[in-house]
Design a protein around this ligand. Structure first.
Ligand code: GLC
Length: 702
């Protein structure tokens, strides 16, 4: 396809149309209410709808085919629509939410989740997914921590890289592959107070040192699109921010793909107070290099005049449009406008045995055993089990951004428990029969947040379980004295300080998706062995937020002791559960940590090894974590930073040697002039099962 020839054949209106994304219903619904309602709000005519170049979301393959058909019938230029949607953790087969998936610390789990998502979504006619979301998150009050991999920049980079490759494969036109759009660029997770859409303020140093790492992982994997975020950076909305979009993305990172706004984020620059009108916002979008405006029509309504007034050149418009045409060509749309959409295949793939199995494996590996006193778990087959709490019969465990996921497909915990345990009692009221509970050997309490307390626009100032649940847990423990296993469904780290000492075991399930209940039953029964680890610190109190493991030392670190050090008078220093923490039914011993040398030259590779023994009778998986500390640098560096991890599988009493290689790349950091550098001097390596239980080895970089 000669794209230049095609571009030159377009009218200015048609070019501008390619820069606009609207919902699919605009192509289907020509009802008067629609025209007087959403269409009027959008401010464009029915004819202009058929100039738009891309579609936000789609119901299924049949709907995509219908929309594309109607569009092409009316289109003079016959450039097919491209369909994009939020397939964040599954299309119909729903995987655990990203904060849970990351807790598997298993690249293959992340890879398979993206592969299944891509196969099912592509068969429904979707050509791009607004995933991965790699906003660095350190504040559990923010509703969207559920969509991120967590608080560690290295992990964000690594898993973004894995998932983009899984979505896109060798070509996004191939069956079962689609384009990846990394979001939200940039630093959206730093919203003040954890309040969604709130102000973001950080230095360029911290932006480059920590907050950009996840997006870079996606760009290095050749993500085709980048979505701008709702927030400002240095006072300018990301959607019109030339430093972010031109200096960083285009010039420094050489990104050649397509930049798309978030929902109405171009229009919201007016609300931010950096644009006086829709006209000026449209011009600023073009000047920043924004290729597609999502869900509003400022480009459509203003750019023709902007060209006429000389505020925007036709060359600038052409450059923006060319990127969209290239994306459509790469997607195979010019060869086949209905590429991917296949109703029969869609039905065959959705909830297929293979996909369900992958969702089950992901759920099993994503859950974190936070407490297991007196080996209450696993529950023995002969034990009489009671299951109570609001999630006993609640199938709504898919979590936010699971649009298509049909919760009716989900087993409830009760249904799963019936198949795994000697279930003697269950109820989901807050008024359980105490005598019946006393006749059980162990009580499982299924509690947590509703899905509606998590996700976009769902930030919370209080991150405890609700009062009723806290009181219920305390009451049941006090009245029965039985071992209590708390199973948590939630979309953020919670403040568990009120209940942690009233329960004997805690399994963190987050929102585990289609196979969550079965995975929980198998983990509690010992059919599966927990292996997940936290990727966000669990604070002791919301007053401790932000709290994250890779913090700076400060001039008066708590560890130095005494009164005049950095601490709270009324709270312990450490989080309740730290980054990287998670228990197993196995008992892993770390021995014989060895450095290949205690000196390293810049061009050399240093290795560190450790012998891990599964000192138990239970096969288990362990996540061996490697952290680094740069003791002296041009800027203050974290007391430790994750630089690698390996998840290993050990048979009972088996020992494996785990080896990590350290190169110059692992030691690099940005100085205050934003130069990437490494300085000679003392470094520490730490190896262990979480960010606190670590064995330290020092070396000198010469
Ligand atoms: C939403 C979200 C973004 C999503 C987009 C399209 O507002 O911020 O993550 O991809 O709109 O649904």
């Amino acid at each position: 396809m000669d794209l230049k020839k095609l571009l030159d054949s377009l009218t200015l209106e048609e070019k501008i149309g390619q820069l606009t994304m609207i919902a699919p219903h605009f192509f289907l619904d020509s009802s008067k209410t629609w025209i007087a309602g959403p269409l009027a709000e959008l401010g464009i005519s029915e004819d202009e709808v058929f100039l738009a170049g891309s579609v936000l979301g789609i119901g299924n393959a049949e709907e995509m085919i219908e929309v594309q058909k109607r569009y092409l019938e009316k289109s003079r230029h016959k450039i097919p629509l491209i369909f994009m949607a939020d397939i964040i953790h599954g299309y119909e087969t729903i995987f655990p939410v990203p904060l849970a998936l990351a807790s598997s610390f298993n690249d293959e789990i992340l890879f398979q989740a993206a592969r299944v998502s891509a196969k099912e979504a592509k068969a429904s006619g979707i050509h791009a997914t607004f995933s991965p979301m790699v906003d660095l998150v350190r504040d559990p009050r923010w509703g969207r921590v559920v969509e991120s991999y967590g608080e560690d920049p290295y992990m964000l980079y690594r898993f973004a890289n894995v998932q983009v490759k899984a979505y896109q494969g060798r070509s996004i036109k191939h069956e079962g592959f689609l384009a990846s759009c990394v979001k939200h660029f940039a630093a959206y997770g730093l919203a003040e107070g954890g309040k969604d859409y709130n102000t973001v303020d950080l230095s360029r140093l911290n932006l480059h040192q920590y907050y950009l790492k996840g997006y870079k992982g996606a760009i290095d994997a050749k993500a085709k699109l980048v979505m701008t975020s709702f927030n400002i950076f240095e006072g300018i909305p990301a959607t019109t921010n030339q430093y972010l979009l031109k200096e960083v993305l285009r010039k420094k990172w050489k990104f050649k793909g397509t930049i798309i706004s978030d929902y109405a984020s171009l229009k919201e620059t007016i609300s931010h107070g950096t644009e006086e009108s829709e006209y000026s916002a449209a011009v600023s979008g073009v000047k920043a290099g924004l290729n597609i405006e999502m869900a509003t029509a400022l480009y459509m309504k203003n750019l023709k005049d902007a060209v006429k007034n000389g505020d925007v050149s036709i060359e600038e418009i052409d450059e923006l449009v060319m990127s969209v045409l290239k994306l459509k060509e790469e997607s195979g749309l010019f060869e086949n406008p209905f590429i991917g959409a296949n109703p029969e295949k869609e039905k065959r793939l959705i909830h297929s045995k293979a996909h369900i199995e992958k969702a089950y494996n992901a759920a099993v590996e994503s859950m974190i055993l936070l407490k297991n006193n007196h080996r209450v778990l696993p529950i023995r087959h002969y034990q009489k089990v009671a299951l109570i709490g609001p999630y006993t019969n609640n199938p709504k465990i898919n979590g936010p951004w699971s649009w298509h996921g049909d919760r009716h497909v989900n087993q409830t915990l009760y249904e799963a428990f019936k198949k795994s345990f000697r279930l003697v009692y269950s109820d989901d009221s807050f008024d359980s029969n105490i005598e019946k509970l006393k006749s059980s050997d162990v009580i499982v309490m299924a509690m947590g947040e509703s899905q509606k307390e998590s996700g976009e626009a769902h930030s919370k100032s209080n991150i405890k379980l609700d009062e009723q649940q806290i009181a219920y847990i305390k009451r049941i423990k006090a009245l029965t004295g039985k071992p209590i296993v708390l199973v948590l469904f939630n979309g953020r780290p919670l403040d568990l300080s009120d209940v942690v000492n009233h329960v004997d075991a805690i399994l963190e399930a987050y929102f585990p998706g289609t196979m969550g209940s079965k995975a929980i039953a198998h983990l509690l029964s010992g059919k599966q062995n927990p292996s997940g680890k936290l990727t966000m610190s669990f604070p002791r109190s919301v007053g401790q937020v932000p709290i994250y493991y890779n913090h700076l030392n400060t001039g008066r670190p708590y560890a130095s002791g005494g009164e005049y050090v950095s601490h709270y008078l009324d709270l312990e220093e450490k989080p309740l559960f730290p980054f990287g923490y998670g228990l197993s039914y196995s008992n892993f011993k770390y021995e014989n940590v060895q450095l290949s040398s205690d000196k390293m030259k810049l061009n050399e590779t240093l290795t560190i090894s450790v012998d891990i023994t599964n000192d138990s009778y239970v096969q288990g998986k362990e996540v061996v974590q490697l952290y680094l500390r740069d003791h002296v640098a041009k800027v203050s560096r974290p007391v430790k930073e994750l630089i690698n991890f390996k998840k290993i599988d050990l048979a009972p009493n088996e020992t494996k040697k785990v080896i990590f290689e350290i190169t110059k790349k692992d030691l690099e950091y940005y100085d205050h002039n934003l130069n990437l550098r490494v300085d000679p001097g003392k470094f520490s390596l730490f190896i262990g099962p979480n960010s606190e239980e670590l064995i330290e080895k020092e070396f000198i970089l010469e």
